[in-house]
Design a protein around this ligand. Structure first.
Ligand code: HSE
Length: 407
């Protein structure tokens, strides 16, 4: 028997208990052992819930119990999750988590402790919910030098952008609907400002590139400035607007990472990823393209990934199976030097403004759509962020909005 303890009986923690109960026989078969939930730790009481019998409020009960081999950390946040995880690993207990904040902030240290103890710190659920992506990066794509990871890594924002696209609604209305339907938190800041996707791409990039990508170094822009007019232009032009989290190797030792809303063309496999679904596109130097798609958020998909990690830990109780990455920081290019194409909206008419636009941006063509009167748009050539900002600032009257184009 393998005894586990679940820290935090919230959405994901209760999902873990539910998944283990639902698929108990097949999970045990795959683990080669009987998985027994010995404890659930939470500050709250759950009267009437079967979990009541195994509920504890003191972490030391779990930590000091030599029968507990695996700890599931589904508390979220940095503290006390960091202290609890570190203590568990130091006590020789493997830890499985969905906590992207913790992995992004302390991953290398916790992985190192696990390696030293020949146990495991696994975090499949931290990126892309139920989509297997950490395990493929750890054990399937090892023949490749990965030069790009671009993902739709946040279900809430993808749901909002899909709603705006399908219903023509404004950002505020789509957010309110997402909240009403339980697809956005009451405080949605981490999702809509891109912070959640930023942590996820930091983890994936660290694993793919072998060095720590500090999430604080990643340029991050959310979707709060995207308007119904932007979406109308995108549709007319055959694009969709998606919040992309991307990291790329663009030369020897030259990497950049960015979270930003982008125009995605219908040729891209990311174009059709809608609603709460997530997808992660990967390019490897020998593999070429691969894409992982599925349920990126939600109680049971996330719990499915956590329980898969529990099974892996149970199968490898005294063997470390997780690739680590160096605690040395991967130095990223300054955002100012990153190059790309921009979609730009300008107030006025092409006849009034195109001369000034072309004087700054070259031979670009105006795009007008009847449903958005009083303005026009254009696509730039390839420019660095600095070059674009300088030119946009010189345009008489400025610009209404700009969105990067995914290439
Ligand atoms: N808020 C996150 C999302 C949950 O919407 O993707 C999963 O990490």
């Amino acid at each position: 028997m393998v005894n586990i303890a679940v820290l935090g009986y919230g959405t994901v923690g209760s999902g873990v208990v539910e998944v283990i109960e639902t698929n108990w026989a097949s999970i045990n078969k795959k683990a080669g052992n009987e998985i027994n939930i010995k404890y659930v730790l939470d500050l709250r009481e759950f009267p009437g819930d079967p979990v009541e019998k195994i509920l504890v409020h003191d972490y030391n009960v779990i930590l000091n119990d030599p029968e507990v081999n695996i700890i599931v950390e589904t508390m979220g946040g940095l503290h006390p999750a960091y202290e609890f995880t570190k203590a568990a690993l130091e006590a020789g207990k493997s830890v499985c988590t969905s906590n992207k904040e913790l992995v992004a902030a302390h991953g290398p240290e916790l992985l190192k402790i696990a390696k030293a103890g020949d146990i495991n710190y696994l975090f499949e659920a931290s990126c892309g919910g139920g989509i297997p992506i950490i395990r493929p990066l750890n054990s399937s794509l090892t023949a490749d030098e990965i030069d790009e990871i671009t993902g739709i890594l946040n279900g809430t924002t993808n749901y909002i952008l899909t709603k705006m696209d399908r219903e023509g609604s404004d950002f505020a209305d789509a957010l309110a609907q997402a909240q009403a339907n339980g697809y956005a938190e009451r405080n949605p800041e981490a999702d809509i400002k891109g912070y959640d996707a930023c942590r996820k791409i930091a983890i994936l990039s660290s694993l793919a590139f072998g060095r720590t990508v500090n999430y604080q170094d990643i340029y991050t822009e959310g979707i709060t400035e995207i308007t119904a007019a932007d979406i109308k232009y995108a549709r007319e032009m055959g694009y969709a607007i998606k919040l992309l989290a991307s990291s790329r190797k663009v030369g020897e030792g030259k990497f950049y990472a960015m979270v930003s809303p982008m125009l995605v063309s219908s040729n891209s496999p990311l174009f059709s990823v809608n609603g709460v679904f997530n997808a992660i596109f990967i390019h490897g130097n020998v593999l070429g393209d691969a894409m992982f798609y599925g349920s990126g958020a939600g109680k049971l998909p996330t719990a499915s990934a956590v329980v898969a990690d529990v099974v892996d830990c149970a199968k490898h109780l005294h063997r470390n199976i997780m690739m680590s990455w160096s605690s040395k920081t991967l130095s990223l290019m300054k955002i100012d030097d990153v190059e790309g194409i921009y979609f730009v909206r300008v107030a006025g008419t092409p006849s009034e403004k195109m001369e000034a636009v072309r004087a700054l941006f070259g031979q670009v063509d105006p795009i007008t759509i009847p449903s958005v009167p009083g303005e026009f748009a254009f696509l730039t050539g390839c420019l660095s962020e600095t070059q674009f900002a300088e030119k946009a600032a010189q345009l008489p009257g400025g610009i209404l909005n700009r969105i990067r184009v995914h290439e």
